[in-house]
Design a protein around this ligand. Sequence first.
Ligand SMILES: Nc1nc2c(c(=O)[nH]1)N[C@H]1C(S)=C(S)[C@@H](COP(=O)(O)OP(=O)(O)OC[C@H]3O[C@@H](n4cnc5c(=O)[nH]c(N)nc54)[C@H](O)[C@@H]3O)O[C@H]1N2
Ligand SMILES: Nc1nc2c(c(=O)[nH]1)N[C@H]1C(S)=C(S)[C@@H](COP(=O)(O)OP(=O)(O)OC[C@H]3O[C@@H](n4cnc5c(=O)[nH]c(N)nc54)[C@H](O)[C@@H]3O)O[C@H]1N2
Ligand code: SF4
Ligand SMILES: [Mo]
Length: 734
Amino acid sequence: MSEFTKTQCPYCGVGCGLEVSPPAQYGKATHRDSQGTPIWRVRGDKAHPSSQGMVCVKGATIAESLDKNRLHYPMVRDSLDQEFRRVSWDEAFDLIAKRLQTVRFTQGPEAICMYGSGQFQTEDYYIAQKLMKGCLGSNNFDANSRLCMSSAVSGYIQSFGSDGPPCCYEDLELTDCAFLIGTNTAECHPIIFNRLAKYHKKNRKVKMVVVDPRRTPTAEAADLHLAIRPGTDIDLLNGIAYLLMRWNYIEPSFIEDCTSNFPAYAEVLRHYAPDIVANRCGISVADLETAARYWGQSQRVLSLWSMGVNQSSEGTAKVRTIINLHLMTGQIGKPGAGPFSLTGQPNAMGGREAGGLAHLLPGYRLVKNPQHRAEVEDFWGLKPGQISPNPGLTAWDMITGLEDGAVGLLWIAATNPAVSMPDLERTKKALLRSPFTIYQDAYYPTETAAYAHVLLPAAQWGEKTGVMTNSERTVTLCQAFREPPREAKPDWEIFAEVGRRLGFVKEFAFTNSAEVYAEFVQLTRHRPCNMTGISHEKLQAQGPTQWPHPEQNTGTREHASSPSGKRLYTDLRFPTPDGRARFGAYHSRGLAEPPDPNYPFVLTTGRLYGHWHTQTRTGRVEKIRQMHPEPFIEIHPRDAARLNITDNQWLEVRSRRGKAKFPAKVTKAIAPGTVFVPMHWGALWANEAEANALTHPESCPDSLQPELKACAVQLIPISAEVTLKNYQLQSSQW
Ligand SMILES: Nc1nc2c(c(=O)[nH]1)N[C@H]1C(S)=C(S)[C@@H](COP(=O)(O)OP(=O)(O)OC[C@H]3O[C@@H](n4cnc5c(=O)[nH]c(N)nc54)[C@H](O)[C@@H]3O)O[C@H]1N2
Ligand SMILES: Nc1nc2c(c(=O)[nH]1)N[C@H]1C(S)=C(S)[C@@H](COP(=O)(O)OP(=O)(O)OC[C@H]3O[C@@H](n4cnc5c(=O)[nH]c(N)nc54)[C@H](O)[C@@H]3O)O[C@H]1N2
Ligand code: SF4
Ligand SMILES: [Mo]
C-alpha cells in the first residue's frame, strides 16, 4: 500500500485534493498537535486537477480535530431534561424503527422529517433519499444546503432549464474579467481565489470586480470594489445591463438565436438609469460605469457568487439577474466565461445530484414532475404513486412544523441547527417541543445535542469511503484511512440498517459504499449530471473525474458537444423545452427587513478564513483558535463615534427577535450603517454571541432560502464584563 491515501478536503466546496499518511511512519511520529499527540499528516495532492497541490489552513490542520470530543456510542433519553444513557446499536435501531412506524401509521409519513447536510458523502445522501422519499413516501428530506445554495439551484433551473454550474476552475485562468458578487472568495474559497489572484497579478489587462458591502480581503485585491448597500444587487446588475444596452455592448445574435423573454427584461431595464442606480446602491455613477465598461469590453467574463447573493429574500431573482448579463452579452459556453455559483460545502453538489433537497429527486429530477417521479419509482421498484407529488418540508418548515405539531419525528444528521438556523430563540423553542429528535453527529458536545432524544455516533471523513463533488463538478473518491472511533458508523449504513428493520431488506442490501454509488449513478443516465461512467473503482484508478461523464458507447447524444465535461452549454443549447435560455425580468424588492428609526443598522453575517461554521472541528484546532480567538462586531468609525465607543468596547446588538453581545472592531472595511458579525460562535463557544439570535427566517419565494445576510438591529453600548467561555478541549466522555 502506498504511504499516502488520496482524498478530498472535507471543508469547503473548492474540493482540494489531499494526501494523508499515518501518525507513525516507520515507527516514528512525524506530526503532532499542540499537545504533543501524534496526528495524521496531511498535504496537498499535486495530481488533483482542482487544487494542484494547494491547501489552506483548514485543510492543512484537519488532522488535529479528528480525535477530539468524538461521540463514541449511541445514547438515549426519554425526555430532554434527563441524562443520556448508553445503549447498544441494536437497541438504538429498534427504538428508532418502532418510533418511525408509530409516527408513520398514526400521523402519516409526512410527519417524518430528516434534516441532512452538504457534508454528507453522495452515498449517505442517496440512501437517505431512498429511505425517506422512496420507502417511507415522505419528501421531508431537506439539507442545510437550503440555507446555502438553494437560490443558485432554482436560478439555474429557471434560466437554463436545469441545475448545474456550467463553468470550471480553468476558467479562472482564462477570463478577461472576473466579476465577484456576494462572495468573500479569499477567505471562503481560498484556493479558487489563489488561482484567480495569481493569474490576475500576472496579467495586468485582466479585470477583477468585487461587489460586497464590506471591504473584505477579496475586495482588497480587486481593480474595482463596489461597496453597495446590502440588498441592492438587482439594482446594480440592472444598472450595468442598462449601460451595456446604451453602449451597444450586447450580442443581438445570441439573444435572437439562443434566448427567450428578452423584451420583458428590456422593459424592466428602462427604469435603471445610472443616477438612480448609483443613488440606491450608495456608489458613484463613475464606478457603475467602470463596472459596465469592464464587462462590456471583455472578451470573456466569468461571474462568481455565493452567499451574498443566495442568502436573500430575492435570491433566485438575484441569480437570474446575474445570468441575464451573461445572456445579453453571450458570455457563456466558452472558455473563461459563464455564471459560476461557488458551492460552500464539500459535497453540496453531490447533494444536488442525489436529490438532497425537499423538492428534488436523484439525477437532477424534480418532485413535481410526474415523469421524473415515475422514473425513480420504477428504478426503485416502488408502486406507481408511492413517491409523493408534493415537495416536502424545507429546513425552516420543519421548525414551524414542530411548533404546530405537524412534525412527529425529526432526524438531524451532519448539521448543527441550534447554531446555524435563523431566529435561534424560536428555533430552540421549537426543538424543545419535538416529540422525538434523533441527532447523528461525529462530535459531542455540540449545541444541537442538547435537543436530542437519541444521539447516534457518526463516522466522519477519513473513516468511511465515499464520493464528493466540488463546485466545478469534479467527483473525488474520499477513501477511508482510519477506523471509526469505538462504535461510530457511516451515515449511509445507519440509514440502510433502519430501512432493513422497517422491512425494506432488498432495497438496502448493500455491503459497501461502492455498491451504493454504482446503484446511484444508474439514476443519472440520460440526465444532465450523467455519471454513469464513474465508479469507485474508476475514480481510484483514474483519479478525480468531472461530470457529465457518461458510460462509453451507450449511444446517447447528451452533451455531445462537451464530452470532457469541462463546460456545459458549449453548443449554446439549453435543457429548456425550446432549447433557449430564459431572461428573468426582475425589479429589486430590497431587504425583507429594512432598517428603520428603531432598528437603524443593517446587520450582515458571514465567515472568517480559519473557522468552519459552528466550530465543531476548527474550534478544536489550536492554531485556528489563536487566529480567531473571539467573536466581534465590525462597525464603521463614524457610527462608532456617534455611539461614543472605541475599539474593543462592548455593544449589545438587538433585533426584533433576540440579542447578542460583542466587542466592537472599529474599521472602515464596513460601510456606515452596516455592521458585520461572524456566524461561528454558538452557545458552546461564547456567551451570547450568536449571530442567528438576531436573524430572521424570511426567505426567497422560489428557493425558500432564508435571508441570513441582512436584518435590522439597534446597537447599545454596554459596560458589562462579558466573558468568553473558555471551552475546555477534554477527551470524549463517551
Ligand atoms: N473559512 C471558511 N470558508 C468556508 C466556510 C466557512 O465556514 N469558513 N463555509 C463554506 C460554506 S458552506 C459557504 S456557503 C461558503 C460561503 O462563502 P461566502 O459567500 O464567500 O461567505 P460569507 O462570509 O457567508 O458571505 C460572503 C459575503 O457576502 C457579503 N454580503 C452580505 N450582504 C450582501 C449583499 O446584499 N450583496 C452582496 N453582493 N454581498 C453581500 C458579505 O459582506 C460577505 O463578505 O463558504 C464556504 N467556505
Ligand atoms: N447567520 C448565518 N447563519 C448561517 C449562515 C450565514 O452565512 N449566516 N450560513 C448558512 C450556511 S451557507 C450553512 S452551509 C450552514 C452551516 O451550518 P451547519 O451545517 O450547522 O454547520 P457545521 O458546523 O458545518 O455542522 C456540521 C455538523 O456535522 C458534523 N459532521 C461532520 N462530518 C460528519 C459526518 O460525516 N457525519 C455526520 N453525521 N456528522 C458529521 C459536524 O461535527 C457538525 O456538527 O449555516 C447556515 N447559517
Ligand atoms: S480551500 Fe477549501 S477545500 Fe481547499 S484546503 Fe481550504 S477548506 Fe479545504
Ligand atoms: Mo453553506
